[in-house]
Design a protein around this ligand. Structure first.
Ligand code: LMR
Length: 368
């Protein structure tokens, strides 16, 4: 992570406009302050030398529960950010899609209606298709491999793309491996998927993954998955154990397969102008808070997901849970591997110049 941070922070520092302490946090508040001065010094009519400066407001929007790795990390960032800036910023977290779903949040960030978000990497592929590389099935067999990709050239190149759309990547956070579930049948052999419909995040690669096993992918926001499963609009879904547990998907599913077939991680993003316009001391304090939070989520996400598995078992003992064997995994891989070539083609068609490099780097990490 350190390398990425160095890369972004150095470019941030060089771009920063150093104005007064709070004078340049452009658009830091989406709701006007009482004085209508967005992020400026004092309230109208007060003595500028004695009146306390207004806090810089940072809205952090996400879609998951507060108990999940991302939910807990957001809280931790809030606490550390306020502490390290000596209360100069006020971070407000909006969990559970209270403000935006992860597709809309990409626009909200570009327009500085929220200042921080952490959408799943899959969802960023709507803006930059290169981000689909993190969705490649069975690309990673261990969280440390994902972290190498996030911290290395792959992460650096992907985060770098965001600047074209006035977005700055502050880092990448872990959730964990995705597992499959269904109401219809066990999912052990690739043939078991045939004809079933599965919710996917908005990523063409995830759609291709399900088509490769003759299933029907249905893109849908996270907030709609529970009722779609309950009402039978879809048969199944894929997600991490912490997301499955916190949104009670296990209550409306009969079968779950511990498949670890894909990884769910996040890009923590901000509005580039907003961030570069922050006073240096505030930005540095926020970077420190972000670095520490990233390290915490790296160290704890796997444990949090493992704990949720036990809770799922306790709360729905009827859920049939199957852990894929090595041979069964191989059969899934044989079918789903087609997505690697499809992605190469897709990235070529979309004019990407780094598609092959990214896919090759992921394959190398996979050890092939
Ligand atoms: C999903 O939509 O399933 C996930 O992106 C939710 C999340 O942010 O973990």
């Amino acid at each position: 992570m350190k390398k990425i941070f160095k890369f972004f922070f150095l470019s941030n520092i060089s771009l920063s406009l150093i104005v007064g302490v709070f004078g340049c946090a452009r658009g830091a508040q989406t709701e006007p302050a009482p004085s209508e001065n967005q992020g400026t010094e004092t309230t109208e009519g007060t003595d500028a030398t004695t009146a306390p400066a207004e806090k810089i407001k940072i809205k952090f929007s996400h879609v998951v529960a507060e108990t999940t790795p991302k939910g807990q990390a957001a809280k931790m960032f809030e606490e550390l950010a306020e502490k390290y800036t000596n209360g100069k910023v006020d971070v407000e977290i909006f969990p559970n899609t209270q403000l935006y779903n992860d597709d809309d949040v990409l626009i909200a960030i570009q327009e500085n209606n929220v200042q921080i978000a952490a959408p799943a990497t899959s969802k960023i592929s709507k803006l930059f298709p290169e981000w689909q590389v993190f969705d490649l099935p069975f690309a990673f067999s261990d969280p440390s491999q994902v972290q190498s990709a996030m911290e290395g050239k792959v992460g650096q190149q992907l985060l770098g793309l965001l600047e074209q759309k006035n977005i700055l990547g502050l880092g990448m956070w872990d959730n964990g491996f995705k597992q499959m579930s269904s109401k219809e049948s066990q999912l052990i052999k690739p043939e078991d998927f045939k004809g079933q419909s599965f919710r996917v995040m908005s990523s063409k690669l995830l759609e291709a993954q399900f088509k490769a096993v003759d299933a029907n992918p249905t893109p849908m926001p996270f907030s709609e998955v529970y009722s779609a499963l309950e009402q039978g609009v879809i048969n199944g879904q894929e997600n991490t154990l912490s997301n499955i547990y916190s949104k009670k998907f296990h209550e409306v599913q009969k079968y779950m397969t511990l498949s670890d077939h894909g990884y769910l991680g996040y890009a923590v993003i901000t509005n580039k102008e907003f961030w570069n316009g922050l006073p240096d001391d505030v930005r540095q304090a926020l970077e420190k808070a972000m670095n520490e939070t990233t390290q915490w989520v790296r160290d704890n996400a796997e444990r949090l997901n493992a704990e949720e598995l036990e809770k799922i078992k306790a709360e729905n003992p009827k859920l049939e849970i199957h852990e894929l064997t090595v041979e069964e995994k191989k059969a899934w891989m044989d079918k789903m591997d087609v997505t690697y070539d499809l992605l190469r083609e897709d990235l070529k068609t979309s004019g990407s110049t780094i598609g092959d490099q990214l896919i090759d780097a992921i394959i190398e990490l996979r050890g092939e």
